[in-house]
Design a binder for this molecule. Structure first.
Ligand SMILES: Cc1cc2nc3c(=O)[nH]c(=O)nc-3n(C[C@H](O)[C@H](O)[C@H](O)COP(=O)(O)O)c2cc1C
Length: 202
């Protein structure tokens, strides 16, 4: 796969961070269960508020085609169009309340994001890419998987090996071929006052 999607950082960053990106084209190649165990093990060791670990992942691989189709059906149509090529799909869920006292956990969404970020780094270290999706059908997922009230199905995740995008429909191919763009540090690192660029990054 020779799409140049590596980050072009203004300051040095770790190779694992630089080489992560979210592909639309996936190779027709399975991800091993052993790699998947390590990927979810990485999520397990993510930091979380009060060590609550509010996240849960529902996973389906193409080794179980019916399960895979069910999980695929929980994505919005636009995401199904490309995610069906990935060998592994998951739904990321998070418990909105603390298990110990039932009070609202205001870090629940954050902590699912952090767990997913952590598993993505582990996946990158294995040459596996993760493309996350907010475009899911949460109520459909809730019904199919009996997700309890208070647990929010929030994101979809597609896992696999990035492929040459040439076989993709135009819209997705253009996204895979587009250069990656980012705000500059001056736009989000502040000191003294919100909006005031920190001297550290000037
Ligand atoms: C929480 C989250 C939700 C996302 N939702 C979608 C989505 O529904 N569909 C999609 O095609 N990409 C989705 N993306 C991928 C982003 O568009 C992508 O991460 C962003 O454009 C930056 O590109 P990069 O990941 O290649 O650096 C999502 C990413 C995250 C982290």
């Amino acid at each position: 796969m020779n799409v140049p999607k590596q980050a072009t950082p203004d300051h040095p960053i770790h190779e694992l961070v630089a080489k992560r990106w979210s592909p639309y084209a996936f190779e027709d190649r399975p991800v091993s269960d052993s790699d998947l165990r390590s990927i979810f093990e990485a999520a397990r060791w993510a930091a979380s508020s009060y060590n609550e670990q509010p996240w849960a992942y529902i996973v389906a691989t193409k080794a179980q085609p019916q399960e895979f189709e069910l999980l695929l059906s929980c994505l919005v149509e636009g995401n199904q169009g490309w995610a069906k090529a990935a060998p592994v799909l998951a739904i990321g869920c998070t418990n909105l309340r603390f298990s110990r006292n039932g009070k609202p956990n205001s870090a629940a969404l954050h902590d699912l994001g952090l767990a997913s970020a952590t598993l993505t780094v582990e996946a990158s270290s294995r040459g596996i890419f993760v493309h996350q999706m907010i475009g899911i059908l949460p109520e459909k997922a809730r019904e199919i998987y009996h997700i309890p009230e208070g647990v929010q199905p929030l994101t979809g995740l597609a896992f696999g090996y990035a492929a040459d995008p040439k076989a993709l429909p135009d819209a997705f191919r253009d996204r895979d071929l587009a250069p990656r763009t980012r705000k500059s540090l001056t736009e989000f690192v502040f000191s003294g006052e919100f909006g005031a660029t920190s001297n550290i990054v000037k």
